[in-house]
Every structure is written in structure tokens, then in C-alpha cells.
Design a protein around this ligand. Structure first.
Ligand SMILES: [Zn+2]
Length: 243
């Protein structure tokens, strides 16, 4: 280990689950965010998922399942019930409408955390700050996730909006940003306007590739980020990486 290496006891590992879903693993927290686990959207809306949920449910052991908003590709009720059944000690957290949905799934009050706008919540050694998002669920939010001295801004689902830009969301180590350009989300050009304003160290595109009807090619976005001097690459679904 050289002098610049991080201590081996301190880390945040990130796995893209597809769409807007991520699994963050730090020393003291296993945080699932927006996991679409079941195929409930196929049954309800007829949209077939293009890839399976990439991780084994029996090895997840999440401490908290956190969602950005109450849409099925982010709050998957069948997936939530599955996690609740397998991991009764797992907590569930989300903004107002998602919180109400968790309640309707009969999760006990003591296992729930309602995320208020602009609030900060700690899960183990991960701190999560709710930030603005402009989406059709009026309580939708994004999150700035801090662990191991790293700041990650996950936009959640959002349109381009001036209120995305704040001291919280600027100069982050990693920006995870939606690019699909449909159903209330930014397209790649709008996401690039965010990159120019937010100046993250690294920006990775997300929220594509789960449904043929609602996807986008990440390559032009990635190339444009690099042109702006912002590091980027196409995440592989289910493959862990470390900042
Ligand atoms: Zn979505």
C-alpha cells in the first residue's frame, strides 16, 4: 500500500442493478436503492424486462432498501415483499408516496423511515441527503450518498430543472444520471448540460436497457463526458466497481 491508498477498512462498492437501481456496500451498510427485482411491470403494463435481476437474492443481506419514488421500476412491490420476507431486519426508506406504499405492503412502522425533502438520514456509515427531482411522483427525490469521504449524486428519475443545481449536488465524486429521455426523464443532451454545470469527477449514465420501449444508447453521452474532461464508462449490470 502506498501513502495515497485508502485504508482497506474503508470503501464503498457500487453495483448497477439495471434501470435506476444500485447496490452500495460500505464497511457498515448494505444499501439497496431502487431495485427492480420482479417482473411486475410485464404483468401490469405488458413491458418485458430485457435482463433478469443481476444478483442472487439469497446473498444480498441488505440493511436498508431505499427508493427515490413510488413507480414500479423503482418501488417494486413484489420485490419489496420478497426482501421483507427474506430479510425481516431490513429497513425500508423513501419519500412520502413511497412511504405510504411501504405501509400498504404491511411493513411494520418501526422498519420504515420517511425521507423528507432536503433531509439527511444516516444508514450505518452512509449518509443520504434527499435532493430535488422533477418527476411525475411529486414527492420524488434524488440522493447525495456519502461514505468513505466520497460523494455520489444519484439523480433518480428527473427532468432537467434549475433546481437540480445546488451546493450539495456540485463537485461530487460520482454522478449517476438518467439519460433515457422519456416518461419524465432527461435525455442525454440534457444530462450533458447537467455535467457542464455540476462538474462531477466521474459521470455514469443510467436508467436505460431494462425495457426495449424505454431505453437509450449511452455511447454518445460517455464520449461527450470524456470530451469535457469528466471520466465515464458504460456500467456492466451486476458487476461491482469501487470509487
Ligand atoms: Zn424510472
Amino acid at each position: 500500500m502506498n501513502a495515497n491508498s485508502k485504508p482497506s477498512t474503508s470503501y464503498i462498492r457500487i453495483t448497477w442493478l439495471g434501470q435506476g437501481g444500485f447496490f452500495f456496500v460500505s464497511k457498515a451498510c448494505r444499501l439497496l436503492v431502487d431495485p427492480y427485482i420482479s417482473d411486475c411491470i410485464q404483468r401490469i403494463q405488458g413491458l418485458k424486462r430485457l435482463h433478469p435481476f443481476p444478483l442472487q437474492l439469497n446473498s444480498l443481506r441488505p440493511d436498508t432498501l431505499l427508493v427515490t419514488h413510488d413507480h414500479l421500476d423503482h418501488l417494486d412491490p413484489e420485490g419489496v415483499e420478497e426482501i421483507h420476507l427474506r430479510y425481516p431486519a431490513c429497513h425500508f426508506a423513501g419519500p412520502a408516496r413511497a412511504h405510504d406504499h411501504f405501509r400498504r405492503l404491511n411493513i411494520a412502522e418501526e422498519m420504515l423511515t420517511e425521507i423528507a425533502p432536503d433531509s439527511q438520514t444516516t444508514f450505518g456509515d452512509i449518509t443520504v441527503t434527499a435532493v430535488f427531482a422533477a418527476h411525475s411522483d411529486p414527492s420524488a427525490c434524488g440522493y447525495v450518498i456519502e461514505a468513505n469521504d466520497q460523494r455520489i449524486y444519484l439523480t433518480g428519475d428527473t427532468l432537467f430543472d434549475e433546481r437540480l443545481f445546488s451546493p450539495q449536488t456540485t463537485d461530487v465524486d460520482l454522478l449517476l444520471i438518467c439519460i433515457n429521455g422519456k416518461l419524465g426523464n432527461m435525455n442525454a443532451d440534457e444530462a450533458l448540460r447537467c455535467i457542464e454545470r455540476l462538474r462531477p469527477r466521474m459521470a455514469l449514465p443510467m436508467h436505460y436497457g431494462l425495457f426495449a420501449e424505454n431505453t437509450a444508447d449511452p455511447a454518445p453521452f460517455i464520449e461527450a463526458c470524456r470530451h469535457l474532461g469528466v471520466s465515464s464508462f458504460p456500467m456492466t449490470i451486476g458487476k461491482e466497481f469501487t470509487l
